[in-house]
Write a protein that binds this ligand. Structure first.
Ligand code: TIU
Length: 220
């Protein structure tokens, strides 16, 4: 059992073999220019500084024997899993399924949809393609975690207030104990990162715990 005594709002205790690291959407479509992030009008340069911290977290989680899960926000080439309410967000000439500098935006199998090289999945790691913001909606993630006896989830990735927070809330509703690594997540709007962390702490830690990476590493 490992206990992060300095997690907020309270100590976070977990067993490595029941813990999964969920790395949300560290894809070229969000981190690099020319993808979905930019199509939504966001400054993607605010996300690239995050990569070394996620890489350190991933390295630690692999060495500790946690289950590793990578998600990709992605859609089928025929967009049958992309409702108009989602497709019509963003700029009119750069929507999901349109062709951009990294080929079709947010379409499964394209170069822009791939996880960035530095964080590439390795053998025995799960890759979950998700058509929504949350990692549980319309995916097999819940079944994969329950088959492995996972009870504790540690979250990282982008963007904090959209796919990371939605996934953490979905996980909380499903009974997982959830920890967000504060400096292993980023937003195009820095104030939203701070607001998300504050929301997690509010009401007695309403949807889980948070801690910076160094606090996790010193406890381990
Ligand atoms: N819009 C935005 O900030 N994010 C997304 O649409 N997807 C994820 O957060 N992955």
């Amino acid at each position: 059992m490992t206990t992060i005594a300095r997690a907020k709002l309270a100590p976070f205790a977990f067993e490595a073999r029941q813990t999964a690291l969920i790395v949300i959407d560290m894809q070229r479509d969000f981190i690099e220019p020319g993808g979905f992030g930019e199509a939504l009008g966001s400054d993607v340069s605010l996300l690239s500084g995050l990569v070394p911290t996620v890489a350190r977290l991933l390295e630690y989680a692999r060495s500790a024997g946690w289950q590793i899960v990578h998600t990709r926000e992605s859609h089928a080439p025929d967009l049958s899993d992309c409702p108009p309410a989602k497709r019509l967000r963003g700029m009119p000439n750069a929507r999901i399924g349109d062709t951009g500098p990294m080929r079709r935006i947010l379409v499964r199998g394209g170069p822009g949809n791939a996880i960035i090289d530095t964080l590439k999945p390795i053998e025995n790691e799960l890759v979950i393609d998700k058509p929504g913001k949350g990692a549980f909606y319309a995916t097999r993630l819940g079944e994969e975690l329950s088959m492995r006896g996972i009870t504790h989830l540690v979250f990282a990735g982008v963007t904090t207030e959209v796919c990371v927070q939605t996934s953490m809330r979905e996980a909380d509703d499903r009974g997982y104990e959830c920890l967000l690594i504060e400096d292993a997540t980023a937003s195009h709007i820095p104030a939203f990162l701070d607001a998300t962390i504050a929301m997690i702490h509010s009401q007695g830690g309403i949807v889980g715990w948070t801690a910076p990476l160094d606090v996790l590493l010193e406890a381990a």
